[in-house]
Design a protein around this ligand. Structure first.
Ligand SMILES: Cc1ncc(COP(=O)(O)O)c(C=O)c1O
Length: 321
């Protein structure tokens, strides 16, 4: 669907996937005025199709759009359009264990204007494609580089928004981490380089002295929907949960002493991804013998059982297509 200043949103349609024409001067190419989302449609054994918390994705997309000075859009309408699209494309939803149809709403500024200001014309579109099981070879713990040089976002910036600029800023660190044999980076706060923020495409959680600990949503990290879901499940189970700053000193000390029994990332792609090792400066620190922990395993099972319709959804997260 398109937005034109003075006219509002118009010309919503679902059509075959194909390239579309926009001007080389479109604002998105110069000033990166764009936001996006990522979520999945899951095939259930009874033949129905589940979406996991799409309302939350569209609410987050609105928050991202607001930060990038983009016009409001009708979240309920976008959600309805998403369901209509998935319904049309349901033949593309793979059925084997752990697979899904990935859904990517995008919202970009397109008017041809080479001058710094908010766009006056926009396109909102949704694409989709089948994705394989993230853990095709089992739940392998990852090696994470704690990033000392580059930062991803800072207070007052746009770290909480799901916008391309945040990812562009992160790519070089990801490349360098791969060269060092690491899977992803763990970002530190931009001011003190002391407190951990999030991983490349996941939020980070620790189990320290039996307490589930995760950095707070202070505007510099993405408010992950999986993060929120895991915290909700943990509280429901009666686990002690703390959203508080976690320093690198605390990570190193507690991983070494054994007080840290688990570290894992949370996100739509992997659901839960255990950390086996942290690399910090010249040091490699193993977490809990490099194995997947009990809590991570439990959250993974509960979440995937809800997503694939194998368990009752007592939290009201599932929306049927
Ligand atoms: C930077 C970043 N943090 C966290 C997440 C996890 O968010 P969610 O659980 O909503 O997928 C993602 C993935 O979307 C991400 O790209």
């Amino acid at each position: 669907m398109r937005y034109t200043e003075g006219r509002g949103w118009h010309d919503a349609e679902i059509k075959q996937y194909e390239p579309f024409l926009i001007s080389p001067a479109a604002t998105v190419f110069h000033y990166a005025q764009e936001v996006f989302e990522g979520l999945k449609a899951y095939h259930c054994a009874d033949g129905s199709v589940n979406l996991f918390r799409p309302t939350a994705n569209f609410a987050r997309m609105s928050a991202s759009a607001k930060r990038l000075a983009m016009p409001e859009y009708d979240e309920a309408f976008a959600n309805k359009a998403l369901k209509e699209l998935v319904s049309i494309e349901r033949g593309w939803i793979p059925e084997s264990e752990g697979t899904s149809l990935y859904l990517r709403p995008n919202y970009i500024g397109v008017d041809p204007y080479v001058g710094v200001r908010a766009a006056r014309e926009y396109i909102f579109y949704i694409i989709c494609g089948p994705v394989g099981a993230y853990y095709a070879h089992g739940l392998a713990p990852t090696k994470i580089l704690i990033e000392k040089v580059y930062t991803r976002s800072s207070p007052g910036g746009m770290g909480f928004a799901k916008t391309g600029g945040n990812y562009a800023a992160s790519l070089i660190a990801g490349e360098e981490a791969h060269q060092k044999g690491c899977d992803q980076v763990l970002w530190l706060d931009a001011q003190q380089r002391k407190f951990v923020e999030e991983v490349g495409s996941m939020n980070i959680m620790f189990v320290i002295d039996g307490v589930l600990v995760t950095p707070p949503l202070n505007g510099t990290i993405l408010p992950g929907i999986t993060r929120d879901s895991v915290l909700t499940i943990a509280k429901d189970k009666g686990y002690k949960v703390e959203e508080r700053p976690v320093s690198t000193d605390e990570i190193i000390e507690t991983a070494k002493s054994g007080a840290m029994t688990e570290a894992f990332g949370t996100g739509t792609a992997a659901v839960v991804s255990p950390v086996g090792e942290f690399v910090f400066g010249g040091e490699t620190i193993t977490v809990a013998g490099g194995k997947m922990g009990k809590m991570a395993m439990e959250f993974y099972r509960i979440l995937t059982d809800i997503q694939y319709g194998r368990a009752a959804d007592s939290f009201g997260w599932i929306e049927k297509v």
